[in-house]
Ligand binder design. Structure first.
Ligand code: ADP
Ligand code: MG
Length: 225
């Protein structure tokens, strides 16, 4: 599903260059649940953003579902992103003035899906994340865990091949964090390929494979289940 070879990425800051990813090699098969661990600044988000086509890389190669991903123009990148990828972020990124169901339905609108069908799909995914009764509530009326469930439902509603989550439990207490991870595990058991960036060992332990990054290098890559 994901094949990365000798991938390098630097950021230039003024005259200086910061080498953030240093020769990453990584293969992820369909159906895996992978944690990307590492301390702050180790390059986790940079790697996830490259996998998510939100950022480019300098050298090496990256293939997603056998499609080479390199220097795509924004139209093509957007097309592949919509087709292949779902995103979940630490800060939920819900639209505050839209209800739970509207938040889930919005990306479907941009995909040209008709209103009735959007409502139906959004309600199905609300149900899937256990929040059917919260359809008409605003994000401000939901707990952190509920907000993240809505964000997960929104990501899934477009039927991505891969779900990318950057610190999905970073803003949650440990009990809520476990609940969100249980949902992620359930979605993975239904066949979805999922990458979870985290700096929490407990969260990583709930995944089936743990990749540890340090200063832009993969230090360990361990199958735990
Ligand atoms: P992590 O997610 O593991 O905390 P990041 O991938 O966000 O790490 O960042 C890795 C390094 O790259 C850090 O030193 C960070 O400051 C730097 N960095 C990240 N994004 C940018 C950017 N857009 N411009 C310059 N430096 C960046
Ligand atoms: Mg990060």
């Amino acid at each position: 599903m994901i094949e990365i070879n000798d991938l390098n990425k630097s950021y230039s800051i003024g005259k200086n260059s910061l080498h953030v990813l240093k020769g990453i090699n990584l293969q992820i098969q369909e159906g895996e649940l992978v944690a990307i661990m590492g301390s702050s600044g180790s390059g986790k988000s940079t790697l996830l953003n490259i996998i998510g086509m939100l950022d480019n890389y300098d050298s090496g190669s990256y293939q997603l579902d056998s499609v080479p991903i390199k220097d795509l123009d924004e139209t093509k990148a957007a097309k592949y992103r919509n087709k292949f990828l779902g995103f979940v972020f630490q800060s939920f990124n819900l639209i505050n003035y839209k209800t739970a169901i509207e938040n889930i339905a919005l990306p479907l609108y941009y995909q040209g899906i008709a209103s009735k069908e959007r409502q139906k799909i959004a309600m199905d995914y609300l149900d899937k994340v256990g929040l059917k009764d919260w359809a008409s509530h605003l994000p401000s009326e939901l707990s952190g865990g509920q907000k993240q469930r809505i964000a997960i439902a929104r990501a899934l509603a477009s039927k991505p091949k891969v779900l990318l989550a950057d610190e999905p439990t970073g803003a949650l207490d440990s009990k809520t964090s476990d609940e969100v991870m249980e949902l992620i595990i359930q979605i993975n058991q239904e066949g979805k390929t999922i990458l979870v960036v985290t700096h929490e060992q407990e969260v990583a332990n709930m995944c089936n494979r743990i990749i540890t990054l340090k200063d832009g290098v993969i230090m360990t890559d361990i199958k735990t289940k």
